[in-house]
Design a protein around this ligand. Sequence first.
Ligand code: UDX
Length: 462
Amino acid sequence: MKISVIGCGYVGLVTGSCLAEIGHEVVCTDNDAAKMQMLESGKVPIFEPGLDAVIEKTRRDGRLSFNPDPGRAIEGSDASFICVGTPPLPSGDADLSAIDSVAKLIGTNQRGPRLIVEKSTVPARTGQQLKRALSRYGRKTNGHFRVASNPEFLREGTAVEDFLHPDRIVVGVDDDTSEKQMREVYQPILDQKFNCPVHAAGCPPVTPPEFLVTTINSAELIKHASNSFLALKISYANMVADLAERLGADVDEVMHAVGKDPRIGPSFFRAGLGFGGFCLPKDLQAFVRLAERTGVDFSLLKEVERINKQRIDHFVEKLRRALWVLRDKQIGVLGLAFKANTDDIRFAPAVELVQRLQAEGAHVRLYDPEALERAKSTLKNVQFCENAYDTAQDADVLVIATEWDEFRTLEWERLRDLMAHPLILDGRNLLQPAQMRALGFEYHSMGRPDPGSRGTDGRSTN
Ligand code: UDX
């Protein structure tokens, strides 16, 4: 099919290049001229493992192209995927103005697509609003538009893999033609028949994804309900971590055993600085606001938000207990991205932590394998370092804020000798307490007993 993709961010670039990879003819467009220039010159504006390879290959095969003129980009396409941002408004509601401007672009285009696919994460009932907007904007072109909701379940860091080997494909439609067309779009993925750019030597045997067809409202609700449940799991683990710390129990061992129950499942039970990124916090907030506006009590999810926000407070108190005074202390921070394997720092807990430490008068040194460039345009008065050892130089404490693999296997003796004090506060429970103590570090983490050291009241001094 001929497909246009509107919005070349994390979702749009993965969607466009992977749809081209499975055989469609795709044109991507974005209203950010600088981003379009970068893409047309062959550069990829985001760090997403494997994405540049897919873009490069599908462009070379002539199936993927970029056009900065949105009108031209959508002309002649059978379907248009809306992949624009829906950032939170101050109220917490999703800002849908970009969706409305896309509706205007499509509605007023004589030769535009007739199937409009909502890929961006939007609150339920947005699809109905979108249909109304399209028919209003399309009055002069008496365009008859059809809308489908097709929420994305892409995790940053594994987005290409998640697109090509999804657990499920959710499609919300209210007419048969759209269902048929959406099935046609995803058929190669349903059959798992395409030359996969992720597994060049052949994909591991995966069960073909389910193609779940429902109404537009339900499909939109599935996305918010999914992400909010993932957030709930994380806050549940963090709540248990707070209790474990008081009791001298180990939250990782507790949640590992809890996750063995197949009804519960092991993932998203890692305690730490909490969840960040441009999905979980924003989707959770939008879901709560949608419920409030609809008159439904979502206090359960408000608690999930509160527990998550509290992580930074708890961690700063942990630092204060370890350092006594934070003012004028040298604090080395390892990791800024909201999670490993991405350069995305939006809503990253580490960004808030750095700002809190600076507000307390501490001097921050910072290193992240991928996110430093973005950090430089967000954080001021920070000493940006090129590696962990630079960050540890004369530091009173080293903080681990993002679960990058490379922070698991540093040269600890070298690091220890570079620091003013051999003190590590691990915000992601990345390291093993006993091992760090054996290396001569004072080590504290989240919800786990300190190695050997206990406070006078029997509380671990975590
Ligand atoms: C999420 C959903 O996983 C994905 O399905 C949806 O499409 C988009 O939002 P993403 O935001 O990329 O994906 O990141 P995710 O892997 O979900 O992690 C979100 C945050 O939770 C990160 O800050 C991560 O550090 C944190 N996290 C994750 C925990 O604190 N503990 C965990 O056990 C797992």
